[in-house]
Each structure stands twice: as structure tokens, then as C-alpha cells.
Design a protein around this ligand. Structure first.
Ligand code: ADP
Length: 701
């Protein structure tokens, strides 16, 4: 390579360095441009991230502020702890004042939970108390014996009534009354039984239970059964409605007492009841409303059960870890039926805890936060006209957008840090573009520029390298040419001189010998002329001053006479020569001398590049619009790779045969040039080892 560089034309060198000088800095420039776009994008991102952090903090602070208000109002208004119903009403009150929080609930030290509507495990189940009066107890025991063992129901009724007469306790009376009612039912005295049950209802105390179910509920369902036995369907229906209403108004603890069982079974029974015709219009609306309330309550119950399951273990683990400080809000979120819930809760102050109340919790109303709180907060945030705020949920689904229009990409988004852990606050560009899209065009431009420059640089380098290789090849061939030609000149000159001198001395007296010497001198001088003609013609051609003398001439004649002149020479050295010339005239426009020079070059090549099979065939023919001359030999042939190059100037094939044959590498170059000047073509078919066929085509006009 270094060696080849010495031969490079200075122009090529300058070109090469110009490429480097111009393109290298521009490549660096465009690379820097790209870098600066990246930095630009990064700056934008930092700026927007700053903004969105402020907004996010503000939104979050507002929710926390609301929680604080809720907490304060809870503490201030904490009721004198009375009945559970008071607690429920109190929770309901607070809930209606704080639309951002729903499903308020209290948790006690036993892990019980009470909400605005129902409680779950709130009260430990009370065992039934022994009778206060021994007389009552004795009668009760005898009555049970009569009812269950002796099966003397009438006697049992008498004994239960005695027991009833001996007590005034509001706890004991409903139990005894329900026993009497049951016994009447057993002996088919339904009216009497119903009357006994009705007495229970008169007491009005919902806390009184028979077993674990409120006494009034037991009484009402028994009365309904009684009316059913009496076939008094209207009365039965009305009693069932009353039962359902009572169930809705006074739910008892979910953990025991089959509240849900009563609620659901009463509701199905009412719905499947054949309504007595007189009642249809007046009650239908009423019933629908009741059923609605029932369904809503069922929904709340499901939610309370869910909360209970989530929050109680959480509180227990907080207590265990000792991280459950008073009034410090804690949050948990969980997914249920594809929606995410967010609960908040805090430990109540110790004064309240003494009455077993441990914590208060609430569900954060995400809908309210999104559609009321955030829009209101955002009106006070000055963002400029180009950007909007939005809130994204899971998988970047849009939950809220400040200016409601469809936006697909956001600039930056940040997670909330304490609340709504699945939400992000996002900043949107006015046209819904991402930062990448904002800088995208610039980046594309620079990228194209960068790629373009690199491509041009590579092409430049490729072209230069090719030129360099070509040049060094040409210069190598030139020097080879010089040595070839000098050799070519030297040999005939030496022969001419030697035979000339010998003749000059006059020692050769034999006429035959003298003739032979003359002939050698002539042939060698002919060869010399031929060579010099070739070189001169080439130099004329190369500098573009070669002139042709075109005339309409008979090509067959030109070929024949050139062949004649050559025939003797090659027959002498053992060649078989065949010619196939047409009888008719073939008259293209040609320079006769030039064409015969081409033919001589081809013949001399056929001679030079033949070994044992010394055969040459020359043919002339005519087709529709051109004259064709072909020269065929059975010599060494030319390999496929060389075929493309043999017409190049100075080119010689590097085989042993070519080396030992004399030549300048100009013969075919010249031939091609001359034929092309005639508007024709020269082609070669050849196969190494088999021979070659050169075909010249000259147009006929
Ligand atoms: P040269 O003076 O070397 O003969 P040419 O331009 O006439 O130069 O030919 C170029 C090369 O083509 C030769 O070196 C030779 O190897 C090859 N060549 C030309 N004619 C023939 C042929 N008839 N048979 C085989 N090789 C040939």
C-alpha cells in the first residue's frame, strides 16, 4: 500500500485529504448537534418533572388536609358512648359532611367493626342468663319437661304462663311468651299463639333477644307462619313486610344470629308471594323501595366484610410492630372486582381507646377526589397555556384530564408518594405530544445529516481508494510497457544490424544464403514498423489526435490482401491458415489501413498465443446491417477473469506463455479503439486451453 501511495497522482492525494478535512469536522459537528438535542430533551424533562412534582405534592397535600379535617371533626364531636345505634348515627353524620370519605367504620380492641349500617363481631355474644326468680326457673323447667318429655302441651302452656306471671324482667318475658306461642301452634290454636307473639312486639326493645336473634324478629316470623296456617294471606303478607322493614332498620351484628339469613330469606319470600289483589297498587311502590334498600344494604355488608378482612390483620400487625401511633393516618389499597380501593385509618386517642374503641377508618372516595377535589385544586395552579395536568390509573389509563380532550402521550408523569399508589400525575402538552416527539423532528434532521455525511465520506474514501489502486496498476503497467517495448525494439534491430553487417563484409557468397539474410532483415524491419506504428497510433489515440480516412471500400478485398501478406510468414512457421471470404462485395465505410492494422494485430496475437495446434481461420460475412470479420485460433485461450481486461491499455495476461512472448499490451487496445471509431464493436469468445475467437462487427450504411 505504502509502495502504491508513491505512485498516487497528487490530485488524488489532495482530493483524499480534502475529504478528511471537510467531512471529519462536519461529522463531529452533527454528532455534537445530536448530543445537544439529547441534552435539550433532558432539560425539558427536568423542567416538566419539577412542575409535575409541585402539582403532585399540592394535590396530595389537599387530600391529606381533608383527612386531617375529618380527623379533627371526629375527635371534637366524639359522642358519649351509648348504644351502637348512636355510634352508627354519628358515623353517618360525619360521612354526610365529608363527601371525600365513605364507609366510615370503627374498629374495637377485639377486632370487631361497626359501620354506618351494620357491625361485624362488634359485640361478644351474650350467654342467656339464668332466671332471676327461683319460682320462675322451677316453673320453666317443669314446663319444658311437659312440652318435650311428657308431650302434654296444654299442661306446658299452663306452666309457662305461671312462670310468666312470676317475672317482670324484660329479658325473661319475651322468651316465655314465645314458648307459650309455640305451644299454642303445636296444638293448632294459631290465633291464641299469634296473640302471645304479638305481646312480644309491644315491648319495643330491639336489644332483647331470644337465643341470639332479636325477640321481635322471632315473633314476627312466627306470626307470619301462624297466619299462613290460618290461610289469612293478606295478614301474612303484611306481617312479612313489617318483618323486612324491621330487618332493614335494625340490623344486628353480622358475626352471629343469622342476620343475613333472615334478610335474604324474607326478601325472597316477599318477592315470590302471590299478592292479594286488594293490595296490589298501594304497596307495589313501597315494596320496590324496600327491595332497593335491601339490595343496597347487602352491598354495604359485602364491602364491610371485605374491609374487615383487610383492615383487622393490618391493625394487628401495626400493633405488634409498635408502629401504630395515635392519629397518624395509615393507608392501604387493594383490588377487588377490577377496581382499586383506598382505605385510610388511624389510631384513636388513648382517652377513647379506654372504651375499647381502637381505630377509625374510611374509604377514600376516588370518584369525588377526581371529579371534584382535583379540578378545584388545579384552578389555583398556574401552569401556563401550553401544558395540562391529568391523572393516570393502572396501565396509564386516563382517569382525569384537566381540559377534557383526547390525549395519547404525556410529557412526564410522577407517582403519588403516599396515597393512590397506583395513580400517576401526568403533564400533557397542548397537542398531546411526548418529549421525544417534541424533539423528534430536530433529531431526525440531525440524524439524516449525520448519516448523510458518513455515507458521503464512505463513498469518497471508496472512490479514492479505487482510483489509487487503478493508478498504481496503470503505472505498474506503464513501466512494464517501457521495458517490453525496448525489448521489442532491441531484438529486431540487433538482427537487422547483425545480418546487415555480415552482408556488408561480403563473406557470404552463397546466393541462397544472401537471400535468406535479406528476407530476415526485411521481416524484422516489418515487425519494427508494425510495432512503431502501434506505438505511434496509440499515442495519437491517447492524446485524441488520431485521424481516420473513411471511404466506402470492399472489406473482403482489404482482408484478403492483409491475409496474403501474412500468409507466407505464418505458413513458414507451420501454421495451417483457412479463410472463408464471400464472393459478393461487402462495402462499409472504413479506413482501409486502420482495419488492416487491426487484422494484423489479431493475426499476430493468434500466432503468438498458439502452441502445438497451429491453426488460424479468418472469415468475413454479412448480416442484415453489418459486416463481420472473425479470427479464430486453437491457441492457449484466455480465462474468464482476464477476458474483461485484455482490451485495457498496457494490459498483458500474466501467464508463462505471455511472458515468453513479446508484446506491448497495446494491440487489442488499439483494435478496440479503431473499431469503435468505425461505430462497430469487437468481441471475444475464449476458453483457456481451447482457443479464442475475436469477432469484429462494422455497421453497413
Ligand atoms: P500483447 O502485445 O501482449 O499481445 P494485446 O493487447 O494484443 O497485447 O493483447 C493483450 C493480451 O491478450 C495478451 O497479453 C494476451 O495474453 C491476450 N491475448 C490476445 N490475443 C490472444 C489470443 N488470440 N489468444 C490468447 N491470448 C490472447
Amino acid at each position: 500500500m505504502i509502495e502504491s501511495l508513491k505512485h498516487i497522482n497528487p490530485k488524488t492525494k489532495i482530493l483524499f485529504f480534502a475529504f478528511i478535512l471537510i467531512l471529519f469536522p462536519s461529522a463531529i459537528l452533527s454528532y455534537l448537534g445530536l448530543r445537544s438535542i439529547d441534552r435539550n430533551a433532558e432539560n425539558l424533562r427536568t423542567k416538566y418533572r419539577g412542575t409535575i412534582n409541585l402539582v403532585r405534592d399540592k394535590l396530595e397535600r389537599e387530600v391529606i388536609q381533608l383527612e386531617e379535617n375529618l380527623r379533627n371533626s371526629l375527635i371534637e364531636l366524639f359522642p358519649n358512648l351509648g348504644k351502637d345505634d348512636d355510634l352508627k348515627a354519628w358515623l353517618r353524620n360525619i360521612e354526610s359532611d365529608n363527601p371525600a370519605f365513605k364507609h366510615l367504620f370503627l374498629v374495637n380492641a377485639d377486632g370487631g367493626l361497626i359501620s354506618t349500617s351494620v357491625s361485624l363481631g362488634w359485640k361478644k355474644l351474650r350467654k342467656s342468663q339464668p332466671f332471676g326468680n327461683p319460682q320462675t326457673a322451677a316453673n320453666f323447667n317443669m314446663a319444658e319437661k311437659a312440652e318435650f318429655i311428657e308431650k302434654d302441651i296444654v299442661d306446658a302452656i299452663e306452666l309457662y304462663k305461671k312462670a310468666l306471671a312470676s317475672t317482670a324482667s324484660s329479658q325473661e318475658r319475651p322468651l316465655l311468651l314465645s314458648r307459650i306461642g309455640r305451644c299454642y301452634f303445636k296444638i293448632g290454636k294459631y290465633k291464641e299463639g299469634i296473640n302471645e307473639y304479638k305481646k312480644i312486639l309491644g315491648s319495643g326493645n330491639e336489644e332483647v333477644t331470644t337465643g341470639l336473634v332479636p325477640a321481635s324478629i322471632v315473633a314476627l316470623s312466627q306470626i307470619a307462619d301462624g297466619y299462613k296456617a290460618l290461610d289469612a294471606s293478606e295478614e301474612q303478607y303484611n306481617v312479612m313486610l313489617e318483618l323486612y322493614q324491621r330487618l332493614l332498620n335494625h340490623p344486628w351484628d353480622l358475626a352471629g344470629g343469622d342476620y343475613l339469613y333472615y334478610l335474604k330469606s324474607t326478601s325472597t319470600e316477599i318477592q315470590s308471594f302471590d299478592l292479594p289483589s286488594s293490595n296490589i297498587n298501594s304497596t307495589e311502590r313501597n315494596i320496590r323501595e324496600l327491595m332497593n334498600r335491601g339490595n343496597k344494604l347487602l352491598e354495604q355488608i359485602r364491602f364491610i366484610e371485605l374491609i374487615h378482612k383487610k383492615i383487622v390483620p393490618e391493625i394487628e400487625s401495626n400493633l405488634k410492630r409498635g408502629t401504630f401511633s395515635e392519629l397518624q393516618p395509615q393507608h392501604i389499597s387493594f383490588k377487588e372486582n377490577n377496581s382499586t380501593f383506598q382505605l385510610g385509618y388511624f389510631r384513636l386517642p388513648s382517652a377513647v381507646q379506654q372504651s375499647q374503641l381502637l381505630a377509625l377508618g374510611y374509604k377514600i372516595e376516588q370518584d369525588y377526589i377526581l371529579s371534584n377535589l382535583f379540578p378545584e385544586v388545579l384552578t389555583s395552579v398556574e401552569l401556563g397555556r401550553d401544558v395540562f395536568v391529568g391523572v393516570l390509573g393502572e396501565k396509564d389509563s386516563l382517569l382525569y384530564l384537566q381540559h377534557n380532550r383526547p390525549m395519547s402521550n404525556y410529557l412526564v408523569a410522577e407517582n403519588f408518594s403516599q396515597l393512590f399508589v397506583t395513580w400517576k400525575v401526568a403533564l400533557f402538552d397542548r397537542d398531546g405530544k411526548s418529549i421525544e416527539q417534541l424533539v423528534g423532528r430536530e433529531r431526525q434532521l440531525y440524524l439524516a445529516f449525520f448519516v448523510g455525511i458518513i455515507a458521503v465520506m464512505l463513498i469518497g474514501v471508496f472512490v479514492t481508494v479505487r482510483a489509487v489502486i487503478h493508478e498504481s496498476e496503470v503505472s505498474r503497467m506503464k513501466s512494464e510497457f517501457v521495458s517490453n517495448v525496448s525489448h521489442e525494439l532491441k531484438t529486431p534491430l540487433a538482427l537487422i544490424r547483425m545480418f546487415g553487417e555480415t552482408l556488408d563484409t561480403g563473406i557470404v557468397t552463397d546466393e541462397r544464403k544472401r537471400r535468406e539474410f535479406y528476407s530476415i532483415i526485411r521481416k524484422e524491419s516489418e515487425r519494427l514498423t508494425h510495432l512503431i506504428n502501434n506505438v505511434l497510433d496509440f499515442s495519437r489515440m491517447d492524446s485524441g489526435v488520431k485521424e481516420y480516412n473513411f471511404e466506402e471500400a470492399d472489406l473482403v478485398e482489404v482482408v484478403r490482401s492483409s491475409l496474403e501478406a501474412y500468409k507466407f510468414h505464418i505458413r513458414d512457421i507451420g501454421f495451417e491458415i483457412e479463410s472463408e471470404l464471400p464472393g459478393e462485395l461487402v462495402m462499409p465505410h472504413i479506413d482501409k489501413d486502420a482495419i488492416s492494422q487491426v487484422l494484423l494485430n489479431l493475426l499476430s496475437n493468434a500466432e503468438k498465443y498458439s502452441e502445438d495446434r497451429k491453426y488460424i481461420r479468418v472469415g468475413v460475412r454479412k448480416d442484415s446491417n453489418s459486416a463481420l470479420i472473425s479470427v479464430t485460433d486453437h491457441g492457449v485461450g484466455i480465462s474468464k477473469e482476464e477476458l474483461k481486461k485484455i482490451f485495457d491499455k498496457f494490459y498483458r495476461v500474466h501467464t508463462a506463455k505471455a511472458k515468453e512472448t513479446r508484446g506491448s499490451g497495446l494491440g487489442l487496445t488499439l483494435a478496440k479503439h479503431i473499431i469503435e471509431a468505425h461505430g462497430g464493436t469487437i468481441e471475444v469468445e475464449s476458453e483457456a486451453g481451447k482457443g479464442s475467437k475475436f469477432t469484429i462487427r462494422i455497421p453497413l450504411r
